[in-house]
Design a binder for this molecule. Structure first.
Ligand SMILES: [Zn+2]
Length: 269
């Protein structure tokens, strides 16, 4: 590795100057502070974003920027410990952070965004930077990768998967066992409200139709305890599979991004 450490925040400004000349991929961890069920920390999204970014940086030659730990969590706003920024505030923040790194000589940026409510703002930021500087910004979403890549580990995916359920509880047990409060663990199911047949925080079944419709509930209208899955069979061993698969994908993604962008005009200007 060309840098003293892959954590940019631990480098001096002289070292950052030298690092930028090597045109590395810069990972920016991003999450939010929100309820994650009675047994998981409100910082879960941030902790996992940082874990994944720091796990893949050494082997991919990327640098990890200091994290952005607040995001857009309107859907959980009625739970203690949920702190939600508006889309405009986060967009302004991400844009100014990206501009700061551009001014410091970095062009190749990949967000490790571990919260769904931030996705639309990450895209807005990426498109702003694309229009302004030609930059092709990437994004990795660990929790969503987990939902996609872990189905073979479960007997009943629809029942077990969910916010505060699986695979999140197993993943947290493997990464941060001391912060999983198993005594407080609860299971949860989405319950209908006002006669709606609910499939997700914003998805409802439409009679006679094969695909759901979209409306926007607060999460506590549908799941009062904040949980929408069943983590009672969670295990550290399954969590280790989560770590291997998600860091495996993220690492391959960053290598591919590195190979496809290293010589790009916008990245070398
Ligand atoms: Zn989240």
């Amino acid at each position: 590795m060309a840098f003293r450490t892959h954590e940019l925040g631990r480098l001096s400004f002289k070292e950052v100057e030298m690092a930028a000349k090597e045109n590395p991929v810069l990972l920016i961890p991003l999450g939010t502070v929100e309820q994650h069920g009675p047994h998981l920390p409100v910082n879960s999204d941030n902790m996992v974003a940082g874990f994944v970014a720091n796990a893949i940086a050494p082997e991919t030659g990327a640098l990890v920027a200091p994290a952005v730990n607040y995001g857009c969590s309107d859907v959980f706003r009625n739970f203690a410990g949920t702190i939600s920024l508006s889309h405009d505030t986060l967009a302004q923040l991400l844009e100014e952070i990206c501009e700061g790194y551009v001014k410091s000589g970095f062009r190749r940026i990949v967000f490790v965004n571990n919260h769904g409510g931030n996705e639309i703002v990450v895209e807005r930021t990426a498109r702003t930077m694309k229009a302004r500087h030609g930059m092709l910004i990437g994004s990795i979403y660990p929790w969503a990768l987990g939902y996609a890549l872990m189905k073979d580990q479960y007997a009943d995916v629809p029942r077990q998967y969910g916010h505060g359920g699986e695979p999140e509880t197993s993943a947290m047990l493997a990464m941060f066992p001391e912060d999983v409060v198993l005594d407080l663990r609860e299971t949860g199911v989405l319950s209908g409200v006002d006669g709606w047949a609910v499939e997700g925080y914003s998805k409802v079944s439409i009679p006679g139709q094969p695909v759901p419709g979209t409306v926007y509930f607060d999460s506590d209208e549908l799941a009062a305890n904040g949980v929408t899955g069943d983590g009672t069979e969670a295990s550290e061993a399954v969590g280790q599979v989560w770590i291997d698969r998600i860091t495996g994908f993220a690492s391959d993604f960053v290598r591919e991004y590195d190979a496809r962008t290293r010589e790009a005009d916008w990245a070398t200007a």
